[in-house]
Structure formats: C-alpha cells, structure tokens
Write a protein that binds this ligand. Structure first.
Ligand code: ADP
Ligand code: MG
Length: 636
C-alpha cells in the first residue's frame, strides 16, 4: 500500500466523526456559533429528534456574503489569529471545523447578513459540495438549517436512536448552553411545538427554575468566592434536594459547560455527611478565570478541559462550600404543595424569623451565664463515677453534663469546682451549654425548650419557627461524631487499657487489614498487635465504647477497614471509623430517655457543626413551620 494524501472530503468526514456524534452535537455547534456571534436571541427548531431537520436562527453579527464559503471550509475561523490565541481562548469555538464537518454529512443551508450589508446571501452544501453564493432577503444574523444528518454515512445514520431519545439529548445540550447564558433569549421547538421559551434574565435562579422548577430553585444556596484571579459563583442545592446520579451537576468554565472529575469530587466531599450514600449533590456553578489558566483544546467537543492548577480549584470549591454550609441553616422543612407556587413569601418570612431568633438568643446568653454561676449543679458527682455503671450510663452521663435540671428533686447538690469536675471531653463549649440553660430560667426558644419523647425514638419540641421533630439517634450520632472528630484531631481520644489483652480470632484477610491500618486504629484509641496466625491482640480500645466487649468493637470496625483497601487515605478511613463509633455509641431508637437526657441532647446540638444531619446524611430534625401547620389546619 502506498501512502497517499486523504481528500479534503474524507478529512472532513473523519472530523465529523469526532465532533458530530448525533443531532445534539449539531445543535451544540450551531448554538455556540450563535453565542460567539454575539446573538441576544437564539431560536432552535428540530424535527424528528433532529435527524430530519435542525434549524438555528440567531440575531448575531452575521457573515458577509464573501465569507460564506469560507465559513463552510475546514480550518477557517474568525476566532483565532495566531498560535498564541490558542492558549487564551475566549470564544466557545475556535477550531474552524464544525460547519465544514456538518456540511460534509448533511444537506445544509446557510443564510446570513451583517449589519453593513444591504441584503443577505445564501449558500448550500450537499454532502460537502458547495453551491454558489446567491443573494437572498434575510434579517441581520444567521440561519443555518441542517437536513438529513448522516445521509451519506449509513452506519451513523442507522446508529441514530428513536426521535424521542435524540430529542432528549438535544434538550440536554440546549439546557447546558441556556443555563450558562441566562441573559440570552432562547427557544427550542420540536416538530413545530414549543419545548422551551426562555427570555433573558439577570437572575440565574430564574433561568434554573424554568428548567428544574421553582421548588428546587427556592432551595438553592448562593455561593461565591474569589481567589486571586479565579472567581467561583453559583448555586448548590440544599441537602434535602439531591439526585441518584451526578447529572444535575452543571459546572461551567467561563460560561462553557464542562465535565470535570476533580471538581465533581470536591462537590461530593463538600456534601459528605449531608447526603445519604448513593445520592449526589445538585449544583450550578461557574468558574471564571483568565483564559490562559486553562487549556480547552484537549477534547474535540471541549467538554473536558485541562486546568493548569486543578488542585487549587478543587480546594477553592471545597472550602467555599464547606464554609457556606457552616453558616447556613440546613434544617429540613416539611412542606406540602404550597398554594403560592413560588414559595418565596414563606421562605423569606422564615429567614427573617430565624435571624431575629439568633440575634435574640445571642443577646440573652451572656445574661444566663451570670445567673447560672450561683446555682448548684446536682448529679455532677454521679456523672463521674466511672466504672460499675454500664457505658450506656456513662454515655448518658456525658449527656448529663450539659444540662442543669430545672425541676425539683435534683436541687441541693454541692456545686463542685467547675474546672476540676469537667471531663476533658466536655471542656470548653459544653460547659457553656451547662450554663446556658440554668435552673429557674426558662430556656430560650430554639435552644432547649420543653420536649417530649414519642415512641422512644423521636423528640418533639417547638422553636420560634414551628414544630420540630428530632430523630434521637441521628442527632446524638452527629453530636458524638463531631466531638470525636475534634478529639481525634487534637489527639485526645481516651484509650481504655485492658489489664489482660484480649486475643481476637479473625479471618486472614481481616487480620491483614487490621494490621495494615494499625496506625489509624491507634488514633482512635484502639491498640492492636499481631499475635501469630490470624489472631490479633487488643491491648486498649476507645473508652467511649466501654460498654461493648473489645472484640466486638474491633469487629464493628472491620467493615470500614475491609472496604478501605490499600488505596485508601488514612483520613478517609479514620472518618469512616468515626462514623462507626459514633453510630455504635449513640443512643438508639427505642431507648427511653429521661427528661434531663432529652434536654441535654437538645442543648448539645448547638455546640456542633452540621447538627441538622447525621454523619450518614440523614436529617436529624424536621421542621414543620407554623405557616405550614396553619395552612394544613385551614387557618389561613
Ligand atoms: P469555529 O466556531 O471553530 O470558528 P465553525 O466551523 O463553527 O468554526 O465556524 C466557522 C466560522 O463561521 C466562525 O469562525 C465564524 O466566523 C463563522 N460563523 C459560524 N456560525 C456563525 C454565526 N451563527 N454567526 C456569525 N458567524 C458565524
Ligand atoms: Mg463553531
């Protein structure tokens, strides 16, 4: 076989194979060209899912009659001048091959007019063969009509799916571009019926709402941050809204839709502990950065890009979201179908109430501090009688520490010196909690109001906003988890040493996993050594799990250890283990709680981050707002 040059037609066809996969790819290229042409109105119409006909009409700058042929010629573009431009692409297109590719594999008509030309002109392409340019009447802007896509590529033509499927892809493409550019008017019609009609808006939330509904849009949280010359901005959904896959993660780079594994990972990390496993966050985020900070020329359809400093963007996304979540009320509110479809009134009202409440509570706390100082704190002694009692009891006494009972029967205890009797565990903040709800004081609404336990699993109480139902296990689990994490971080986790080390027989794989992750286990207060064969020896274990036999504790931890594998980062494993321990140590559904324990539990939730969700991402509390109750009881 001799080497010979490919014909331009064949080159175009090969390029078409890369860039034009299906009707949606044509829609993408044509819409992007319209955006690059500065259009403020872009109309897309398809028939037969796009396989029959795709038409994109824009009011952009248009193409001069003398350049129509060039526009359909491969490697002809108005968007790049020299090689340097390639490294600072500011337009959506730049390769100059899309129109030539599409023209090669369809019947294409291009009609266009610039503002400087008295009339427009038109050119046709039939499987790559170009007609002469002829004058035609057309408004300023460009109309491109593509019929019979892949008519001369039988394999591709056959590969097209049912019209409904292809239309689905067209809609997704349309959505990505229309989401990225809310100021532009867009319409999409299928078989002459309107699918989307979007008018330009300055409010991104409105554009999102037209695609995904008011209900989601009202549950979006605005985030933004700026690090040097990189601006991150957009919306992420409240954890009560999530998806079973990551397709609702709309990431944009300089208003170009992209997929990026690293950023998706950062997103998942940011929601760790706020979503159930198997659920994915919803996000609409744009990264704005100088074009030279990223290489968009790595993928034929440019859906993947290469950042020069991917690690930095990962960090920025993660920290921006985490910081935002810490300062956001993420409680789950129970709502029925709202009569007001926008729901904005309720939300704003609720937000205002919350703000008032927080301010009020802050102002009050100092005063209670003083009042509490003189009061006795009974039962404290009992709290520190270690041993004898079951650890569940110990666990409860830890809860006890934070309350100061308001009722009779507890009074009269000698007030011990605060410093000494404060367990290291409770040092600092929970000490404050003990003072916040002082005897004789009615607690602030929203801090520790009266609560009743129902079915030995839920705690029902009120706050300024309405009725709150807590899941006692989920809440306690989150509190313990956050406390544990803080202790592990400060290397202060108590180890309970065993007088007689306990041998535990494991399977070979389990023993290997335990030995491999010994370091991590020891950070949790779990001391293990190999003991020959598949037996390991436990010489110490986390004090807070003292109610469980050491062997059982180790077995509990095996789950995360075994799934961890060799690749795992110690911190991630540690986190999994903390979850396990918190879950084990927390009070269970079915545990009857004394009133003090309820109060204590509810108090402590103010001291930890993310108290609104358990570490597995289940909500710890549901809020039935008073408005919602009023509505349901037909009071409004
Ligand atoms: P690219 O977008 O990579 O430059 P294309 O093949 O998509 O390559 O388009 C070739 C050229 O045709 C563009 O550079 C632009 O000058 C012109 N063009 C294409 N579509 C439009 C449009 N809708 N409005 C104005 N000019 C257009
Ligand atoms: Mg283009």
């Amino acid at each position: 076989m001799r080497i010979h040059r490919l014909s331009q037609a064949l080159i175009n066809k090969i390029a078409a194979g890369e860039v034009i996969e299906r009707p949606a790819s044509v829609v993408k290229e044509l819409m992007e060209n319209a955006v690059d042409a500065g259009a403020t109105r872009i109309h897309v119409a398809v028939t037969g899912g796009g396989g029959e006909m795709i038409r994109v009409v824009d009011n952009g700058c248009g193409i001069a009659p003398g350049e129509l042929e060039l526009a359909l010629t491969a490697h002809a573009t108005s968007k790049l001048q020299d090689a340097d431009d390639l490294f600072r692409v500011g337009t959506l297109g730049f390769r100059g091959e899309a129109l030539a590719s599409i023209a090669e594999v369809s019947h294409l008509t291009l009609r266009s007019r610039t503002a400087d030309d008295p009339e427009g002109a038109q050119i046709e392409a039939n499987g790559g063969r170009l007609s002469d340019v002829s004058p035609c009447g057309t408004p300023v802007g460009t109309t491109i009509e593509v019929r019979n896509l892949f008519f001369n590529m039988p394999v591709r033509r056959k590969g097209l799916r049912a019209a409904a499927t292809e239309l689905g892809h067209v809609k997704e493409t349309f959505t990505r571009i229309a989401l990225a550019l809310p100021q532009i008017d867009f319409t999409l019609a299928h078989n002459d019926r309107p699918v989307f009609e979007l008018s330009g808006t300055d409010r991104w939330r409105d554009r999102i709402a037209t695609f995904f509904g008011r209900e989601l849009a009202e549950n979006l949280i605005w985030v933004e941050s700026s690090q040097d010359d990189v601006q991150l901005s957009g919306y992420v959904a409240h954890p009560s809204h999530s998806r079973a896959d990551n397709r609702m993660q709309y990431l944009f780079l300089n208003c170009r839709y992209i997929r990026d594994r690293s950023l998706q990972h950062a997103l998942r990390e940011a929601y760790r502990g706020l979503l159930l496993s198997g659920r994915f966050p919803i996000a609409f985020l744009n990264l704005a950065m100088p074009p030279e900070a990223v290489d968009v020329n790595v993928h034929p359809t440019k859906i993947e890009v290469r950042f020069h400093d991917a690690g930095r963007h990962y960090g920025q996304l993660l920290s921006t979201l985490r910081t935002k979540f810490l300062s956001t009320d993420l409680h789950v509110r129970v709502r029925g179908e709202s009569e007001d479809p926008t729901g904005t009134v309720d939300e704003r009202h609720a937000a205002a109430l919350r703000e008032q409440l927080v301010g009020w509570a802050k102002g009050k706390t100092a005063q209670w501090d003083v009042d509490a100082a003189d009061e006795g704190e009974p039962d404290v002694q009992r709290s520190f009688e270690v041993g004898g009692e079951s650890e569940r009891r110990l666990e409860m006494t830890r809860l006890d520490r934070a309350w100061a009972p308001a009722g009779a029967g507890h009074g009269g205890g000698r007030r011990p010196d605060r410093r000494e009797d404060v367990a290291p565990w409770d040092a600092g903040e929970s000490d404050e909690a003990a003072r916040a709800v002082a005897p004789g004081q009615s607690p602030p609404v929203g801090s520790s109001p009266r609560a009743v336990q129902v079915h030995n699993r839920y705690l029902v109480t009120e706050n300024e906003e309405g009725l709150v139902v807590f899941d006692q296990h989920a809440l306690h689990e989150r509190i313990l988890y956050e406390q544990l994490r803080a202790r592990v971080g400060a290397s202060q986790l108590e180890t309970q040493s065993l007088l007689v080390p306990e041998p535990v027989d494991l399977s070979a794989a389990e023993a290997a996993a335990v030995v491999e992750h010994r370091e991590t286990l020891s950070r949790l207060g779990m001391s293990v050594e190999p003991f020959g064969g598949d037996t390991v020896l436990i010489s110490g274990y986390p004090a807070m799990l003292a109610n469980l036999p050491p062997g059982e504790v180790l077995r509990e931890l095996l789950g995360p250890l075994m799934t961890a594998g060799h690749e795992v980062k110690p911190d991630e494993l540690l986190d999994d283990l903390l979850h396990t321990i918190a879950c084990k140590a927390a009070i269970k559904a079915g545990d009857r709680l004394a009133p003090e324990e309820i109060t204590s539990l509810l108090d402590q939730r103010h001291l930890v981050d993310h108290a609104h969700h358990c570490p597995h991402g289940r909500p710890t509390a549901l809020v039935f707002t008073r408005e919602e109750l009023d509505k349901r009881f037909r009071r409004t």
